[in-house]
Design a protein around this ligand. Structure first.
Ligand SMILES: [Fe+2]
Length: 250
């Protein structure tokens, strides 16, 4: 795992801040991540999804790893978490039959209680105000009608008179849904850097296809995409080390 740092203009934020962007752990080993978070002690920790492999009440090592990450992070700094497509059913969430069967997001209540106990703020198409900053979480829309994310709450979020930070698992939502909104910082994951990276470009990302546009880095000084933390065994990452991102507002 590498540490990636970006420095962005402070803009609407009142003081210099450091945000850690922790994405796509997929139930992997949380200890290397927590070690670096402890060294860097960011002001806020943002987790835009695919931290768990499932939120269906299954208890296994992946599940415990994800909870350990949330607990360790929340002990260090205010931590905000919104879900990705894996919490919604993983690869099954891409299948039309699965979507018809599920129809709505329905996380296991024991999982939600365990997440709450870690002290992490869970953002399910919702936002909170903390220290004069509005933090929102836009969940995956793959299991929704038309495979679209829920956008209704964003109008109210964008009316809040505060800097607005949005966690959004899917980077491909930026152009159709987010680009025109007055958001001050948007963080995403999901694309895993395009899995194989050549000449600074990813090869494939779900939802974007081949040679995807949004897989890593910073767009328009406010949209930051992490290549994520997952070390894949089935499809190896090539020239694409998993990363933990720190966003510093100068
Ligand atoms: Fe994902």
């Amino acid at each position: 795992m590498k540490k990636t740092e970006y420095t962005l203009p402070r803009g609407r934020f009142l003081k210099p801040l450091c945000f850690a962007l922790v994405s796509d752990l997929h139930g992997g080993d949380p200890e290397p991540v927590l070690r670096v978070l402890r060294e860097e002690h960011p002001d806020y920790i943002l987790m835009p999804g695919d931290i768990f492999e499932r939120l269906d009440g299954t208890e296994n090592a992946h599940h415990r790893n994800a909870l350990t990450l949330l607990e360790g992070a929340a002990a260090l700094a205010p931590t905000f978490y919104s879900t990705g497509n894996h919490e919604d059913g993983g690869v099954r969430s891409w299948s039309p039959t699965w979507r018809i069967a599920v129809k709505k997001r329905d996380y296991d209540s024991r999982d939600l209680a365990a997440i709450a106990q870690t002290g992490t703020v869970f953002l399910e198409d919702s936002f909170v105000l903390k220290d004069g900053i509005a933090f929102g979480g836009l969940c995956s829309g793959l299991i929704n009608e038309g495979r679209k994310p829920r956008l209704d709450w964003l109008e109210e979020f964008c009316r809040v008179d505060a800097p607005r930070v949005l966690l959004c698992h899917h980077p491909e939502y930026y152009e159709p849904y987010l680009k025109e909104l007055p958001l001050n910082l948007i963080v995403s994951g999901h694309a895993h850097g395009g899995q194989w990276r050549f000449f600074g470009r990813g090869v494939f990302a779900p939802g974007q296809g081949i040679f995807p546009k949004y897989t890593a880095g910073v767009v328009e000084d406010r949209f930051v995409i992490s290549t994520g933390l997952k070390k894949s065994r089935k499809i190896p990452r090539i020239f694409n080390e998993p990363e933990l991102v720190f966003i510093r507002l100068s």
